[in-house]
Design a protein around this ligand. Sequence first.
Ligand code: NDP
Length: 404
Amino acid sequence: MSLVELTNGGPLAGKVRKLTILGATGSIGCSTLDVVAHQPDRFEVVALVGNRNVELLAEQAINCRAKVAVTADAGLYDALKEKLAGSGVEAAAGMGAVMEAARRPADIVVAAIVGAAGLKPTLAAAEQGTTIALANKECLVCAGEVFNSAMRKYGAQLLPVDSEHSAVFQVFEQKQRDQVDQIILTASGGPFRSATYEQLKEVTPEQALKHPNWDMGPKITIDSATLMNKGLELIEAYHLFPVEPGQLDAVIHPQSIVHSMVSYCDGSVLAQLGVPDMRTPIAYALAWPSRMPAPVERLDLAKIGQLTFEPIDSDKFPSVGLCLGCLETGGSATAVMNASNEVAVAEFLSDRIGFLGITELTREVLNEADAAGMLGNMTSLDEVSDADEFGRRKAGELAQRLQK
Ligand code: NDP
């Protein structure tokens, strides 16, 4: 096939893709549906899965003519059914229905349920050997090896949606993998990049929920403020690309224009740039191995003027080092860490612990897990669940002690 043919769409050009979205009502889900709404002839929506927001779920399902809309909350079945009445869209509810929807034949499944709750539905989707556009970080963070071996077993194709991993994916030369020096993820630095340590002690949930560049769901927005998000992304990068932990690095780039980089042994550094808008990496995953138009602002570098970079201050933001430490420890460390961070973020959002308490609590849980001999290897989903449960339980206990 010539280059011209490839750039005109490649082998899948013209094929209508059957699409399922897990986490349709969230930030990634809404952006995905917006991309799809601008390219309606390319996609046929099979299933939309959400949780509490059945009003939006029903509206989305009717607009995109989904076959089925599913809420994970069994108690909301009647509300969803009522909103879908007469639309021709099937309503379903409960975890069994979520798993069934994930298993419905689709060419691409966008995995965008937030948190560890996204793991089992994503694995259910993978069972059909389809393409998974992965936004949910926790699949790789909690269950890296277990998740990847399930992907291999079912012959599923994993495509990153996160802007940083999409950037790396776009500039990582598979044939030159032995010549890769480093993967360098960029981080905006969040809203408190210039704050002092003393100021961080006083941060409120309201302040932390205001991200300077990205419009995202609450959990990832708080993770971006603590820079835990960058730590989680480094773990994800380790599981997505053939590199060692020592080849992973992150740098602060406040403008969020360079979405990440790969450096090679000859000194070349390849980067992917674009305006900070998740619809670009989503469109890339949906159209891969081709590209398609996305409804995003074009990048105007002359208007932006300056792109700056600075190192991460590990005293103010210890979470990145904590995550890299978990990666070095291996086994269940990242699963325990992720679970305790989820609890800590929820405690912070409920104003029960302080901003610095999020990473403090997570570190404490890891110490306890180590002392209890809980950081062993994981080879099954049950072991992942055990590590997750331990992390949540210990974090819940410790949160009582750290309460303001
Ligand atoms: P949101 O909080 O905006 O949305 C979460 C989605 O998950 C909602 O549709 C929610 O449903 C659904 N959900 C929550 N709990 C359950 C459950 N138990 N079962 C089924 N569905 C559930 O999150 P984001 O869209 O921001 O993020 C989604 C994932 O993508 C996260 O893992 C995040 O880290 C990752 N990501 C997000 C980015 C972003 O820009 N937002 C960037 C890169 C990665 P409902 O709202 O109806 O309750």
